[in-house]
Design a protein. Structure first.
Length: 194
C-alpha cells in the first residue's frame, strides 16, 4: 500500500512493501511522517534521499508504537473482512493439506526429493515425524480457517475451483521434483555399475 504526501506542490509516494532506494518507512511501521509536520526533503526524482523533521515534531517511541499497533489492527480487520483473501487462504490451506497428505501416504517417494536412498533409520524416522507434524499443522490451520470463515453456497464453488488449481500446480511441481530425483538416482546407479 502506497503512502503519499505533498511538500510545496511536490508529491512523494513510498511503501514499506516495495524495495526502492531512499526513504520508505511508513508511519504504520514506526516512520516519522504524519500530517501537519514540518519537513525538509532532499530528493532525486521520486526517491527521498534525506528527510529532516523539526526536533519538536519527531514522534516519540510511544507514538510510533501506537501508530504501528493501530496499523496492525487496521490491516487485520481489512484482511479478515476481505472475501477474496479468505477464499484464497482457504484454498491454499486445502492444497497444503492435500500435499502433506501425499507426503505421508507416499513418504518414501517424498523423501527422495530431499535425500537419496538408501537412508539410515534415523533419517527415515525424522522425515516421518516431519511429514506427520506438517499434516497435523495443516489440518489444524484449515479447521481454524473454516471455523472463522465457513464455506457457504456463495463462496464454495470459487474456493474449491481455486483449491483444485492450486492442487494441480502443486501436483505438477511435485511430479517434476520426483522425476528429477529419480533421474538423478538412475544416473548414480548407472555410474556405479560402470
Amino acid at each position: 500500500m502506497m503512502k503519499c504526501f505533498t511538500v510545496k506542490a511536490q508529491r512523494f509516494c513510498y511503501s514499506d512493501y516495495e524495495v526502492t532506494p531512499g526513504f520508505h518507512n511508513a508511519a504504520s511501521h514506526g516512520g516519522p511522517i504524519r500530517a501537519g509536520i514540518h519537513v525538509r526533503i532532499a530528493y532525486l526524482g521520486p526517491a527521498i534521499l534525506r528527510l529532516q523533521i523539526r526536533q519538536d515534531e519527531v514522534p516519540t517511541p510511544a507514538e510510533s508504537a501506537s501508530a504501528t499497533e493501530s496499523a496492525q489492527r487496521q490491516y487485520t480487520t481489512m484482511t479478515e473482512n476481505d472475501p477474496i483473501l479468505q477464499r484464497l487462504t482457504t484454498a491454499f490451506l486445502f492444497a497444503a493439506l492435500c500435499w502433506v497428505l501425499w507426503w505421508n501416504l507416499q513418504w518414501r517417494l517424498a523423501m527422495r526429493v530431499w535425500v537419496r536412498p538408501p537412508n539410515r533409520q534415523a533419517t527415515v524416522y525424522f522425515f516421518r515425524v516431519f511429514f506427520g507434524l506438517n499434516l497435523l499443522g495443516s489440518l489444524y490451520e484449515l479447521v481454524q480457517q473454516l471455523r472463522r470463515h465457513p464455506l457457504t453456497g456463495q463462496n464454495l464453488g470459487g474456493t474449491l475451483s481455486t483449491a483444485a488449481i492450486m492442487c494441480g500446480v502443486v501436483g505438477a511441481v511435485t511430479a517434476f521434483s520426483v522425476w528429477i530425483a529419480e533421474r538423478r538416482q538412475r544416473r548414480t546407479n548407472s555410474n556405479e555399475n560402470l
